[in-house]
Design a protein around this ligand. Structure first.
Ligand code: SF4
Length: 480
């Protein structure tokens, strides 16, 4: 008798190495959230149709923004609401790819309304999965275009009123007035029967694309127990009793029988074409010869800079990237916003490299600058063995636990106070980092500061802060 083996889909990573923190086996979704179920349905379909190697998942802003932690496919993150536009570009350049636009309701039905309507109207050959949980989940439960009449959210505390906020938007009904879409269905993740229907819809949407038939969208009514302030079981009942009334389940368009399959064209660009188009030189990076290199272990740093909002964390990273760029490095800087309702810190990722930078995302930093305790708690485990941790010892009352990293305790806030302005602690930290590692010179930083500091009356104190941090780190190095 055939044995049925239950296991995780291959389209998921076996271990979620990209996910920050020590727990690499569970997802970041709240208990009872529908995202996990939909992820499973998608991953299993990609496995079963042998599409994983061709799949490119596009996740814009929302709780699913971290889909790349889990899906072993191509992954692209894009600006809020812009997934259908990015999907359009990817699909047209790589017609053989299976492009998945995975969007929430705040993303697709508010910020990206124009994007989805026009992508659907053009009949782009993409599959869109639209998670409708009637709220902005990630950012703290604000009213979404799909919020029901009377539903209380943080921005509609007395309940949504049609007279004030209009009516909830029905996306499937709206898009099914267009000519081009091939397949549109609304499903719900509530009980076994409905999840089985959702499974069929997910598979059909992928099949439509794999057969080159055109645009498909599956709207998924999904629980957000955290945003709704409900227990998971109560949230499921609320979908059944409230959401399904306003958002009827069913197939809104199915032209799969009559739609003609478009033969998949050849790949239109190869890497060299793109390099030529974007005027990226072939050969090795020119930056390697241009910069003065520090000791081997400090070269090509991947930094994570983290702290409270208001500590100038993003500015610290920006100045560092700007100085690095002027010094001849390839650089990248991106701010990173965590899921705010679950206590994110302000942090940014910075790369300074003599080679080209593949991704601006720093998931395993070689340098952590932690300006408050939550940042040290959260990011210390991520630092690469042999890396460097600089922390503000005037605000953090514990030492670094790791024994396999270098540590520079820096009383940055105290030093900034002594200079006369707490807010220059960020520049103390910047000075200390370059003073400790030698990656850039103090003069290079001071030459760039006048352009980075907008309020000219604060320039002198920022310069002093850089110099003080620099001197402190060099003194620390001599003493230890
Ligand atoms: S906030 Fe809502 S949508 Fe986001 S992970 Fe939690 S339950 Fe899911």
């Amino acid at each position: 008798m055939a044995e049925k083996v239950l296991r995780k889909a291959d389209s998921f990573y076996a271990v979620y190495e990209r996910k920050p923190g020590a727990d690499k086996t569970t997802t970041h979704y709240c208990p009872g959230c529908g995202h996990g179920i939909l992820h499973k349905l998608l991953a299993e379909a990609l496995d079963d149709f042998n599409l994983r190697d061709r799949a490119i998942m596009i996740s814009p802003v929302g709780c699913s923004v971290f889909a790349y932690y889990y899906f072993r496919t191509g992954n692209i993150q894009c600006a809020h609401g812009r997934a259908p536009a990015v999907a359009t570009g990817i699909k047209r350049v790589y017609p053989h790819s299976i492009v998945i636009s995975y969007q929430g309701d705040g993303d697709l039905a508010a910020i990206g309304t124009a994007e989805i309507i026009h992508a659907a109207n053009r009949g782009e050959q993409i599959s869109v999965f639209f998670v409708n949980n009637a709220i902005y989940g990630m950012t703290g439960g604000q009213m979404a275009p799909t919020t029901l009449i009377g539903q209380k959210t943080t921005t509609s505390p007395y309940g949504r009123k049609a007279s004030n906020e209009g009516f909830p938007l029905r996306v499937c009904e709206l898009l099914s007035t267009l000519e081009a879409p091939v397949y549109i269905e609304r499903v719900a993740l509530t009980d076994a029967k409905h999840i089985a229907q959702a499974r069929r819809a997910v598979r059909k949407a992928l099949q439509v694309q794999a057969e080159g038939k055109g645009f498909s969208l599956v709207e998924v009514l999904s629980a957000c127990p955290s945003g709704w302030k409900m227990a998971p079981t109560q949230a499921i009942r609320w979908i059944q009793e409230q959401m399904m009334n306003y958002f009827p389940l069913g197939v809104y368009r199915d032209k799969t029988g009559e739609a003609e399959a478009t033969p998949l064209g050849p790949r239109q660009f190869v890497r060299e074409d793109l390099a030529k188009l974007l005027e990226i030189p072939a050969g090795p990076s020119v930056a390697a010869e241009a910069v003065v290199l520090p000791a081997e272990r400090y070269r090509n740093p991947r930094l994570k800079v983290a702290g409270f909002g208001g500590q100038g964390i993003l500015l610290l990273g920006l100045v560092l990237a700007e100085v690095g760029m002027r010094a001849g490095y390839n650089v990248s800087w991106i701010p990173s916003y965590g899921p705010e309702m679950r206590g994110g810190t302000a942090n940014c990722h910075v790369n300074l490299s003599t080679a080209r930078i593949g991704s601006p995302v720093v998931s395993v930093p070689t340098v952590l600058i932690a300006m408050n305790l939550p940042s040290l708690d959260r990011f210390e485990p991520e630092v690469q063995a042999g890396g460097l941790v600089i922390y503000d010892s005037s605000l953090i009352d514990r030492t670094v636990q790791r024994s396999d990293v270098e540590v520079l305790p820096l009383p940055a806030t105290k030093m900034a106070d002594e200079l006369g302005n707490t807010r220059v602690a960020n520049m103390v930290a910047l000075g200390a980092y370059i003073g400790f590692t030698g990656i850039l010179s103090k003069e290079q930083v001071l030459a760039t500061l006048p352009e980075a500091i907008k309020r000219k009356e604060l320039l002198a104190i920022n310069e002093k802060a850089v110099a003080a941090g620099f001197q402190y780190a060099q003194g620390f190095r001599k003493r230890n």
